[in-house]
Ligand binder design. Structure first.
Ligand code: BGP
Length: 461
């Protein structure tokens, strides 16, 4: 048996987001975000017709849920603030939202759980989306005003904030395919959305630094290592381009404060560069992150694209193709590849190419359908597949840390089964099973296992 011990003060916990757990979407002054609006407009767009109204009801049940986290020996937990709850009209602060988030933060601290607070997790307030959302440059000021408000309200107790969770996702899902609102396909607009997100992140970081607190600010990125099909120059170039679009377009401005030259040249060549104004470069350069959160689910396997580029409908995939490695192992429910070593590769890359900046695994998890199949006589779901999934990722992470990776924690996705943007409750990820009829939470075997890992700061295998 090998003992896998993690560094002192390593963070153990889970992540989630406001929209996926809070519910109460029209309560206590909250205004609509794009999800609330879209669900009202087109419920059929949502899996099983289930929208963000059906959640684990964190808005009402946070106290109980935090006790459950404590039982699992969490020492940290990440969720997001709902922008449309905290500032329903973008200007005025909603006192009921302040009370709610204050209570959540205080409860977490009382339970010995560090709150990590994220500001944006896919949930643009509708009144801002109506003005163009991330496309309109005025969003940069609006976001930094919201961010500053959050820092002032909660920064006395929250020591780690993050500006965004996966900023590529609203770009990709909302502007390159039609899964998220506003569901358009337009690469030029997508690039603008990505650019404004990065400027907004930098502006929020500037506001944070001006407050001069003892806290830290980071960003959460879903990094997808891009592996070329072969050593051929063309496949390598395809992997390089996939990496530019999906990783480095957020990683480089966040950590270095500037964009990769290859990316700028490529966008320029296809007239895709966003409008830039004086001061943008300096803003990015001066406001880089203190730490990174890395969400890791799966890699990208890419190859040279043989078909000619159709300039009338450009997307990142105009410049490379995907291929399926016959050896790969899949999570058949979510359709994502399981490749644990990818986490090690990310860790080594951050060490070698990104100044070994402090980072933590901010999401990693396995969504599985129809888990009631695995329920034992005592009513516990025996999700050994999930335990194995985490164990294998943690082994690679442990090796990376041994080799000098500056990783300070591991958060799973997620704590209680939660609502998913595209799949509602089809794939479950939680340590606790959520009964949607009774709201009952029941511990899965993986939760029991994780509580032990968190307690012992590691595991033996
Ligand atoms: C991440 C998101 C989460 C969560 C998770 C699982 O990309 O940050 O919000 O949804 O993926 O994905 P899904 O719910 O689509 O299975």
């Amino acid at each position: 048996m090998t003992q896998y011990s993690f560094p002192d003060n390593f963070l153990w916990g889970a992540a989630t987001s406001a929209t996926q757990t809070e519910g109460s979407i029209a309560h206590d002054g909250k205004s609509d975000n794009i999800w609330d609006f879209w669900f009202k407009q087109c419920p059929n767009k949502f899996h099983d017709g289930v929208g963000p109204t059906v959640t684990s009801d964190f808005y009402q049940q946070y106290h109980n849920d935090i006790q459950l986290m404590r039982k699992l020996n969490f020492n940290s937990f990440r969720t997001s603030l709902s922008w449309s709850r905290l500032m329903p009209d973008g200007e005025n602060i909603n006192p009921q939202a302040v009370d709610f988030y204050n209570d959540v933060i205080d409860d977490l601290l009382l339970a010995g759980i560090e709150p990590i607070i994220n500001l944006f997790h896919f949930d643009m307030p509708m009144h801002l989306q109506n003005k163009g959302g991330w496309e309109n440059p005025s969003i940069i000021e609006a976001f930094s005003h919201y961010a500053q408000t959050a820092f002032e309200l909660f920064g006395d107790r929250v020591k780690r904030f993050t500006t965004f969770n996966e900023p590529i996702v609203p770009v990709e899902m909302g502007y390159l395919n039609t899964y998220h609102y506003p569901a358009v396909v337009d690469m030029k607009r997508a690039v603008t959305v990505a650019y404004h997100s990065m400027l907004a992140s930098a502006k929020a970081i500037e506001a944070f630094k001006e407050l001069n607190t003892d806290g830290e600010i980071g960003i959460i990125l879903n990094l997808t290592p891009s592996y070329p099909r072969s050593e051929r120059k063309e496949d390598q170039q395809a992997a390089h381009i996939a990496d530019l679009f999906y990783n480095r377009s957020f990683l480089d401005p966040s950590v270095y404060g500037y964009y990769p030259k290859d990316l700028i040249d490529l966008l320029d060549q296809y007239q895709l560069l966003p409008e830039r104004v004086d001061g943008d470069e300096a803003l990015l350069k001066a406001n880089t992150v203190d730490f990174l959160g890395v969400n890791y689910y799966q890699p990208r396997r890419v190859k040279h694209r043989d078909e000619p580029i159709d300039e009338t409908i450009l997307t990142p995939e105009s410049f490379f193709s995907y291929y399926q490695d016959p050896q790969r192992r899949m999570n058949p429910y979510r359709g994502w590849e399981i490749y644990e070593r990818g986490l090690y590769d990310i860790a080594m890359r951050i060490k070698a190419e990104y100044n070994n900046i402090p980072w933590y695994v901010s999401e990693n998890g396995m969504g599985v359908s129809a888990e009631e199949r695995f329920m034992n006589d005592e009513g516990m779901i025996e999700d050994d597949y999930r335990i194995e999934f985490y164990q294998e990722h943690l082994k690679w992470l442990h090796l990376a840390i041994d080799e000098g990776a500056n990783c300070f924690g591991f958060h799973t996705w997620t704590f209680i089964d939660n609502w998913s943007w595209l799949n509602a409750y089809k794939n479950r990820y939680g340590f606790y099973r959520l009964d949607l009829t009774t709201q009952e939470r029941s511990l899965k075997k993986s939760g029991l296992w994780y509580s032990d890992v968190a307690k012992r700061n590691g595991f033996s295998y």
